[in-house]
Design a protein around this ligand. Structure first.
Ligand code: CA
Length: 228
């Protein structure tokens, strides 16, 4: 099984370090953020498998961060556990209403935290492992194989990630800037023209199977994946 990545969003250094220490020891790959805005960047860049969000953060609250992630089509199913010092029932309800999957009240033991994380990872669908099928195209995230009518299509790593993103989010137009954020990562500085280069390469790879028509140019807007 691949190492699961967890993002810890907590501004209090002592708590953050305690969590990181325990999760790393349990075999997770842990990254840390001190506020909501750096959390958003890290989520876009690193695609964590689960996020621990503290309720009280210095910029916007953990509730607002959770709501914002849920509104985002890419992160709407991202497993989120909210951490809070507030034990009120009403707070718990607000936390879960914001879209958090679970809720832990401080102080908590490392064992309790690990148990909640394992439970959530088990019940969250491992979307990353399921083959994605669209028309004759099939993409297997475990083997990184792409096939069309059972013929294997060989793609470069960027074309693969681009196709995976598009197949995961069909029938939606993405601008070049959005594709750069989602496929290349928000902190990578490349020109928007780069997107066109990789779209062209992807279409060339799909063309022998007649599947290049799935990657559609939407004039003045960007690109869309569609088998229609
Ligand atoms: Ca805090």
């Amino acid at each position: 099984m691949t190492t699961r990545r967890i993002l810890v969003v907590e501004d209090e250094a002592a708590i953050r370090q305690m969590i990181t220490f325990n999760l790393s020891r349990a075999g997770f790959d842990v990254t840390e953020a001190e506020d909501s805005s750096s959390a958003r960047n890290l989520i876009a860049d690193q695609r964590p498998d689960l996020v621990l969000v503290d309720w009280m953060l210095p910029d916007s609250s953990g509730l607002e961060l959770t709501r914002a992630l849920r509104r985002d089509s890419v992160n709407k199913d991202l497993p989120i556990i909210m951490l809070t010092a507030r034990a009120d029932e009403q707070d718990k309800i607000s936390g879960l209403d914001s879209g958090a999957d679970d809720y832990i009240t401080k102080p908590f033991s490392p064992r309790e935290l690990l148990a909640r994380i394992s439970a959530l990872l088990r019940r969250s669908v491992p979307v990353d492992d399921e083959p994605i099928v669209a028309g004759d195209l099939q993409l297997n995230p475990l083997s990184h194989r792409v096939t069309c009518q059972n013929n294997e299509i060989v793609l470069g790593p960027t074309e693969y990630r681009l196709l995976k993103f598009l197949m995961t989010n069909p029938e939606r137009v993405y601008s070049r800037g959005q594709l750069l954020d989602f496929v290349w990562g928000q902190n990578v500085y490349v020109e928007e023209r780069t997107v066109d280069v990789h779209v062209r390469r992807l279409r060339q790879a799909l063309e022998p199977y007649g599947a290049e028509t799935c990657v559609q140019t939407v004039r003045g807007a960007g690109y869309r994946f569609s088998v229609a």
